[in-house]
Structures are given as C-alpha cells and as structure tokens.
Design a protein around this ligand. Structure first.
Ligand code: GTP
Ligand code: MG
Length: 388
C-alpha cells in the first residue's frame, strides 16, 4: 500500500483533504489512490439531503452530523451545488460551518460548486463519496439542491434520500418535481417553527395517498434548534438498516437474480472424495478432464447448485499449485449472475482485481475470475449462462 493510502486509512485528515482535492480535479495520482483504496469501501451509510434553495438543508445536515458525532460516528459532508447559483453568501455559510468543526478529525466537510460543465459534478460527487467510504467514514451526507437532472444522479448514490420541505410552500408541493418526490425515502418538514407546517404536511399526505409505493416517513424538524433530529435519524435508520425497506428490496432483487452455481473443492484423490459425497446421498452428474486447466472434474448436483470436485491431472496445473500451497479445501465459489458485462464494469469501477477478461467456456457460458484479495479471501468465479 502506498504511504498516502496508509495515512488515509489511519485517519490522517490532511492526507484525506489532499486526496479529495485531487479526486475533484481528476488528478491521475489521486484517481490511482481511489482505485487502491476501493477494496476498503462499502461500509459507509450514504444519505442524500435534497430540497429547495434555502429550505435549511445545510442547517439540517449540520445538526445530523453533530448528532452522529455525539454517537461516536465519523461523518463526511459533501455539499453540492450543481446550479452554479452559489453566491458569496452560501459559500460563506459553508465556510462558517467548516470552522465550527475545525479540528475534529472525525468530521470532513467539502463544498463543490459546478464549474459550468454538466455530468462532471455527479461523477466527482460519486468519486468523493467512494473516497470517504474507503477512508472509513461511517456516514457520508450529500447535500444538494433538488432541481435538475444532476441532483437525481447525485441522489442515486445515496442509500437513503431525505427531501426537505418547508411551510409556506402550500400548493407548491404539487409543483415539486415528480422525480424528486419519487426518490424520497423520508420527508423532513423543516422550519416547523413557522406557520403552515400543518398545511404542507396535509398537502404531502394527500399527494402520497395517490402513490402506490410504500409511504415514506414524514418528520417535522426545526434544524436551527436541533428539534426532530433524533426522530429524523430514526426514520433514516428504518430505511437503511439491515431490516429496512431499501435493504430488503435490494436483497430480494439480488438474491433472485444471482445463484451459487457451484462450489469448487480441490482434492488430492477424486475417487475418495466422490465416494464421501456419495455416502451422504449425492451422485456425480458427470466426470470430465479439462485439458486446458489440467484438471479432472466431478460435478455433483446439490439442489440448484453443484459441488465441483477438482483433482489435478498434471503437476503444473493451477489446482496442483493450490494444493501445494493450501492443502485440499475450498478452491473457488462460482456465482451465476444475470449480466456478466455489467458486473465486470461495476467490479472494475470499484477497483476489484479481475484475473481474466470475460471469456466463453464450453457450452457458451461466459466467465471471469476475481482475485481472492478483492473478495474476502476466496477465488470467485462469475458466470453468465446462455451469453450469446
Ligand atoms: N426558522 C427557522 N429557520 C431555519 C431553520 N432551518 C434553517 N433555517 C434558516 O434558513 C436559512 C437557510 O438555511 P440553510 O441551511 O443555509 O439552507 P439551505 O437549504 O442549505 O440553502 P442553500 O444551500 O442555499 O440551498 C438560514 O438562515 C437558516 O438559519 C428552521 O428550522 N427554522
Ligand atoms: Mg446549503
């Protein structure tokens, strides 16, 4: 691991700030660092906070971050302004916030304004989010104004999206972009200290009653006073926790589409191994010798999956080397995925180590191997059946 990456993993705030700037500027060295750190990611909860200009998003993010810090959680805040409407005032506000948290190594705050280009901001936000995740931050909070396409993309990064509404919007609730309404997992009615909170809530309820999807929670907040913040965090937890709506939906979707195709087990003696599995009721569906891999194979169906017993047919086969190094045991796990090319692209983006380009095996299936260093210690084979 490079020195830079090591420092970031150790929580060095200065190294992280330098990396964030490099990533924003698409500096090749920083992007290399991002790839190097990718295997450490995947732990952070990513929250999106979106809403109209001046709704109190920054104040709310501040209050959320402070509450999380009190719980001992580390937090990164990314404030994004895709509309280029950032005035001196808004930037000044963000600067004051940064001073408040100055010196707290568990807190990282970065503001990004559009530089006139389109699309680039969503990408930079994604990269910055991955950097913060890999650096070990428990929460990444992304603040963005809910107006355009960029924000919808930015909010796509979030596991949970909070849409901030305020009293006085009245009928304007109807006018809020349908796209933004659709992405809300939780609604915060902020500035609930001002008249009209009841009315916005009624409008919102009425609008949600027309929708088919599960009802998002509605939480009233007064961000300036810290009121409703713990309720908001609870509502967010309901969505993103292991039993949350979002998590369950994704799990169902993923587990329906992916299957364990087979478990590959390296053995010294195929005959002995087969007779063991026969003694617990399994039967080999077929035997073969794969010349290319220098390996003899017995496939034993187990429900929808199989156990693949592998015995080297030559001393220089990879399985023989595996046996020498590790002894007999689990050699690889093979997952069947619906779209191998898409999986490969996601793996590449996250910096995973692929051992080969996707290639076609006998029978027309596509497969790729992923190095154990990226998968938690076991060689992973990804397979797509019937890939024409
Ligand atoms: N009365 C009241 N004022 C609030 C509340 N929350 C925020 N404000 C005020 O609303 C103003 C805008 O707050 P910000 O947090 O900067 O709003 P924002 O949505 O981040 O604004 P932009 O980033 O410019 O879109 C500030 O003056 C806040 O002090 C609240 O709950 N009640
Ligand atoms: Mg703001």
């Amino acid at each position: 691991m490079t020195d830079w990456a090591q420092k970031i993993r150790q929580g060095d705030a200065r190294s992280l700030a330098r990396a964030a700037t490099g990533v924003e500027n698409r500096d090749p060295q920083a992007l290399g660092l991002l790839r190097e750190l990718a295997p450490y990611g995947g732990h952070a909860r990513v929250l999106g906070i979106t809403g109209a200009p001046g709704a109190g998003k920054s104040t709310l993010v501040d209050a959320l971050a402070a509450a999380l810090r009190k719980q001992g959680k580390t937090v990164a805040v990314i404030a994004v302004d895709p509309t280029s409407r950032v005035t001196g005032g808004a930037l000044l506000g963000d600067r004051i916030r940064m001073q408040q948290h100055h010196g707290d190594p568990g807190m990282f705050i970065r503001s990004m304004a559009s530089r006139g280009g389109t699309g680039g901001l969503a990408r930079a936000t994604g990269d910055l989010t991955r950097l913060m995740d890999a650096a070990g931050k428990d929460f990444v909070i992304i603040e963005t104004v809910g107006v355009g396409q960029d924000e919808v993309e930015i909010v796509d990064l979030a596991q949970v999206t909070v849409v901030v509404l305020v009293p006085g919007m009245g009928d304007d609730v109807q006018a809020i972009k349908a796209g933004i309404m659709e992405i809300a997992d939780v609604f915060a009615i902020n500035k609930a200290d001002q008249p009209g909170a009841d009315r916005v809530e009624r409008e919102l309820q009425a609008m949600l009653s027309l929708s088919e999807r599960p009802k998002p929670a509605i939480v009233r907040t007064v961000a300036t006073e810290g009121t409703g913040i713990s309720e908001l965090l609870d509502a967010v937890g309901q969505v993103s926790g292991p039993h949350g709506r979002r998590a369950q939906g994704q799990q169902r979707q993923n587990s329906a589409l992916c299957h364990i195709d087979h478990l590959g087990i390296a053995v010294k003696n195929l005959g002995e191994a087969v007779s063991f599995y026969e003694s617990i009721g399994l039967r080999p569906a077929h035997h073969e010798t794969v010349e290319q891999e220098k390996v003899r194979v017995a496939m034993l169906p187990v429900g929808e999956s199989r156990i693949e017993l592998l015995e080297p047919s030559a001393p220089d086969s990879t399985v023989a080397k595996f046996l020498e190094k590790h002894g007999p045991g689990l050699h690889h796990v093979a997952l069947r995925v619906p779209d191998l090319q898409a999986a490969v692209e996601r793996l590449r983006a996250s910096g995973a180590r692929l051992l080969n380009e996707p290639r076609a095996g006998a029978g027309g299936h596509l497969y790729v191997f992923v190095h154990p260093a990226s998968t938690g210690g076991v060689l992973l084979e990804l397979i797509q059946e019937n890939a024409q």
